[in-house]
Design a protein. Structure first.
Length: 279
């Protein structure tokens, strides 16, 4: 296969656009996208996942399907299939690095059933289950992988899968799901100047509304005190001689609820001044 120039890509609202840079077939485009995605895994897993999905979307059935099946073609088809599986593994690793463990469990279950001797899929499934709080099921995946490897190849799981099982048993901190990235306040402030201008224009109207609400609450507070005093007078007038003057239960509850003159935004009830607008 002839050498091709390194591809470039750009981000668009609907995904990623590949600039092939000389790639003349789907196989070449797949290899270029896969290489780009795997190179970005550690630094930008979300972007890597997008490129890896684009690479896998180029597949339409088995590699080199319909071509001559001589030894050279068969070897190339096997190499591309191995690269496809490696790309799938890297895609799910990128998804787990982005916190997509819950969405990946079912698909990883299918991949372990379809490729029962491929340890990396078991490893990723164990990690996804553990991050979903399903430690027992994660350990069960290890036992299932062990039986399949022993029955199919006569070998025990490799160091990576065995190490994952030990990490799960001791709840290793490295298994924790990644924390969501905190937004950059400086970037957010300058990201949308139109939105910032709209907010600045809305502030005076909002301050006026708050001031009017404070005036209304002050009036209601004074009206409440007048009504409570009238209720006490009527209760005393209807009391029998020798009986203590009491406020009925409903009046007492209202008094206890609203007696605090600073309730809400209202000023003291003995103040006739309306609250000053904010700002």
């Amino acid at each position: 296969m002839t050498a091709t120039r390194r591809s470039g890509f750009s981000t668009h609202p609907l995904g990623y656009l590949l600039r092939p840079g000389g790639a003349s077939s789907d196989a070449q485009r797949f290899q270029l996208l896969s290489a780009e995605g795997r190179a970005l895994l550690a630094g930008d897993p979300d972007r890597a996942a997008g490129l890896l999905r684009s690479a896998l979307a180029l597949w339409r059935g088995p590699a080199l399907d319909g071509g001559a099946r001589g030894p050279i073609c068969a070897a190339e088809a096997d190499r591309l299939e191995e690269l496809r599986l490696t790309t799938l593994e890297t895609l799910y690793e990128a998804r787990l690095r982005c916190g997509g463990h819950a969405d990946s469990v079912r698909e990883l279950e299918r991949l372990t059933a379809r490729h029962p001797l491929r340890e990396r899929f078991y490893d990723l499934l164990m990690l996804a289950l553990y991050r979903c709080g399903r430690q027992g099921e994660a350990l069960g995946v290890y036992e299932r992988a062990r039986r399949r490897l022993v029955d199919g190849l006569g070998v025990e799981p490799g160091p990576a899968l065995h190490g994952r099982m030990e990490e799960i048993l001791r709840h290793a901190p490295s298994l924790a799901a990644p924390s969501p990235a905190a937004p950059d306040p400086a970037a957010g402030a300058g990201a949308d100047p139109d939105r910032a201008a709209d907010a600045e224009a809305e502030l005076p109207a909002l301050r006026r509304e708050i001031a009017l609400l404070g005036d209304r609450i002050a009036v209601l507070g004074r009206q409440q005190q007048v009504l409570l005093r009238r209720l006490q007078e009527l209760s005393g007038a209807t009391a029998r001689p020798g009986m203590p003057r009491q406020v009925p239960d409903d009046g007492r509850r209202a008094s206890e609820t609203f007696a605090d003159p600073t309730w809400g935004l209202s000023p003291p009830v003995n103040s006739d001044k309306a609250p000053a607008p904010f700002g």
